[in-house]
Design a binder for this molecule. Structure first.
Ligand code: UD1
Ligand code: CA
Length: 473
């Protein structure tokens, strides 16, 4: 929806100062993560598209940590100490509001990770159209639980909000709840803000009491229903945090499926909000894509794959039980089953990395193969190289890390140990079972093991020697 031109400029205040007592955690509530991002980041993602100026965050409990986590995001922080309730959280921002009294104020609780930008736009547009001094977001719930109830008069107009703990039985039966998102005209808000009193079950200054005060003063307060009731989910405890993750996950997967991504089992699949998945990718069950992971068209990932900050090229296959971090996988490459790659690894086009292989900070050239049971670290491997089963790069001497170079077309026999720093030249061979401590020149054979000796008849003689006297076998 486009913001209507009659709307005034918007400023935003996000309330994130509360202790989050019900989380039973030492971490600030808004720093807890749902689908890989802090709760506060989810709220900011809904608020940012409205371009509020400024966007301020009220911080209190663990304020320093919250501020540190959101440095450089163009926010301003308003300290609240002690934390005397949501009304008090707005009171401490009074000097800020006085600076721009003509800008509509959007107030958003910091614990609403499902909130969408569209809903905020709808709230602001309705607020402007109806000429209200305050407009709150509400939803109808079958079970209104601990949420504040929106009390309406006989004429249907909003009269006040009553907190669940302070509500009469009759008020508790109300299904329309306060989401914790409000648009205010600043001058009338500032007029009543000082009149809040902590006369309630929690002994706090409730922002919600502003509604009753405005209405009592003859002002117009409106309520707008959120498009989707899920948006009202406020995270107070670990159960609600899990529910938020689940709903965010589903919302993300539905979007991806609408965009043409195949998801065999959405119940067990998770794609973070910063991950990108192209159309015609197939995500098999139990696949997790986290961080800035990107998967290109035609790739198949999973089952049981976990990718973090990893780029998968077109048509590549990530087979069962792979854990890939900070890795680039080239077009048409085949990874797994049971591969572990660590950051700064790059796997070339059509390359193959197989079972029980670990790569670390390694470049693997196009079409090269490390099919089984290897550790390759700090290595640069050219194209068309074959690294036999059980090959290990000894990249660490207990003090420093050293590089291994394996040039184009080289063949490293099974169970070889490449003691870095070392180079295996272009087209060279390393005999199976070698310990390679010196460079192997191009086209040479490097052999670093004891030569085999054969003792003819040895086994037969031994048997005869051990035969018990009397000749019985
Ligand atoms: C609040 C509303 C309730 C609404 C619900 C929606 C009030 C009094 N009640 O209740 O009507 O249904 O949200 O989820 O507002 N905060 C501060 N400083 C404080 C206290 C809280 O910044 O001193 C912040 C919190 O960090 C939180 C937000 O305000 O992000 C809401 O506070 P919370 O305690 O979660 O309010 P609820 O009891 O959920
Ligand atoms: Ca809450």
């Amino acid at each position: 929806m486009l913001l209507s031109p009659v709307m005034s400029k918007v400023q935003a205040l996000i309330l994130a100062g509360g202790k989050g007592t019900r989380m039973n955690s030492s971490r600030a509530k808004v720093l807890h993560e749902a689908l890989g991002l802090p709760l506060l980041e989810h709220v900011l993602r809904a608020v940012r598209p409205l371009h509020p100026d400024p966007t301020c965050v009220v911080v209190g409990h663990q304020g320093a940590e919250v501020e540190a986590a959101f440095q450089g995001h163009g926010l301003c922080f308003v300290p609240q100490a002690p934390q005397l309730g949501t009304g008090h959280a707005v009171q401490v921002a009074r000097p800020l509001l006085e600076a721009h009294p003509e800008r509509t104020l959007l107030v958003v609780n910091g614990d609403l990770p499902l909130l969408s930008a569209e809903t905020l736009e709808l709230l602001l547009a309705t607020h402007a159209q109806r000429g209200a001094v305050a407009t709150l977001l509400s939803v109808l719930l079958d079970d209104a639980g601990g949420y504040g109830r929106v009390v309406r008069g006989l004429d249907g107009r909003v009269v006040k909000i009553v907190e669940a703990r302070d509500a009469s039985a009759e008020e508790r039966a109300i299904r329309e709840i306060n989401v914790g998102v409000y648009a205010f005209e600043v001058p009338p808000l500032l007029e009543v803000l000082g009149a809040l009193r902590p006369q309630n079950a929690q002994g706090e200054l409730y922002l919600t009491d502003v509604v009753g005060l405005l209405v009592a003063g003859g002002q117009r307060v409106e309520a707008v229903a959120a498009a989707n009731p899920q948006e009202s989910l406020g995270v107070n405890g670990q159960g609600e945090l899990a529910k938020a993750s689940r709903w965010l996950r589903w919302r993300r997967l539905e979007q991806l499926m609408a965009d043409g991504v195949g998801i065999e089992d959405p119940e067990t699949t998770s794609v973070g909000l910063e991950a990108e998945v192209a159309a015609d990718v197939v995500l098999r069950p139990f696949t997790l894509l986290e961080g800035r992971t990107q998967v290109a068209s035609g790739a198949v990932v999973g089952p049981f794959a976990h990718l973090v900050d990893t780029e998968v090229g077109p048509g590549a296959q990530i087979l069962d039980h792979c854990f890939l971090r900070g890795t680039v996988v080239g077009a048409g490459a085949s990874i797994g089953p049971f591969t572990h790659t660590r950051p700064e690894s790059r796997i070339g086009a059509r390359a193959k990395v197989g079972n029980f292989v670990e790569l670390k900070k390694t470049l693997l050239g196009d079409g090269s193969k490390v099919p089984h049971l290897s550790y390759v670290g700090d290595a640069t491997v050219g194209p068309g190289v074959n690294i036999g089963a059980g090959t290990i790069t000894c990249n660490y001497d207990g003090v420093s890390k050293h590089p291994t170079h394996i040039e184009a077309g080289a063949f490293v026999g099974s169970n070889s140990v490449l003691v870095a720093p070392v180079t295996v030249g272009e087209g060279a061979y390393v005999a199976a079972g070698s310990v390679i401590t010196h460079d192997v020149p191009a086209d040479a054979l490097g052999m670093g093991r004891a030569r085999q000796t054969v003792k003819e008849g040895w086994a037969r003689l031994r048997r005869e020697r051990l035969k018990p006297a009397g000749g019985k076998e």
